[in-house]
Design a protein around this ligand. Structure first.
Ligand code: SF4
Ligand code: F3S
Length: 104
């Protein structure tokens, strides 16, 4: 599966949503997640993300993010269309450790 990782937080560009053939993105206030059981591993969303936040879960060190995607995909609503990015997207793009900064 592919998963959304840290740099989506407070950017939420949503370009990924538009290309997903199975609509498996779920939306929180500050970032999106992918439902790992619904993702068909097509890979088309990965290059679409301006924040480079989408990764295959085969990349090392992403266990924490696989867990976050799995958990929130079950409680957040499905998103199927592109929206405007968050207003602070540009300045937040590339800020390291967003999850630790804003969610703990
Ligand atoms: Fe959707 Fe394909 Fe991305 Fe999975 S890899 S989230 S199926 S676009
Ligand atoms: Fe997030 Fe990138 Fe999609 S910033 S909303 S994963 S296009």
């Amino acid at each position: 599966t592919y998963i959304v990782t840290d740099n989506c937080i407070r950017c939420k560009y949503t370009d990924c949503v538009e290309v997903c053939p199975v609509d498996c993105f779920y939306e929180g206030e500050n970032f999106l997640v992918i439902h790992p059981d619904e993702c068909i591993d097509c890979g088309v969303c990965e290059p679409e993300c301006p924040a480079e936040a989408i990764k295959p879960d085969t990349e090392p060190g992403l266990d924490h993010w696989l867990k976050i995607n799995t958990e929130f995909a079950q409680i957040w609503p499905n998103i199927t269309g592109k929206r405007d990015p968050l207003p602070e997207a540009k300045e937040m793009d590339g800020v390291p450790g967003k999850f630790e900064k804003y969610f703990s």
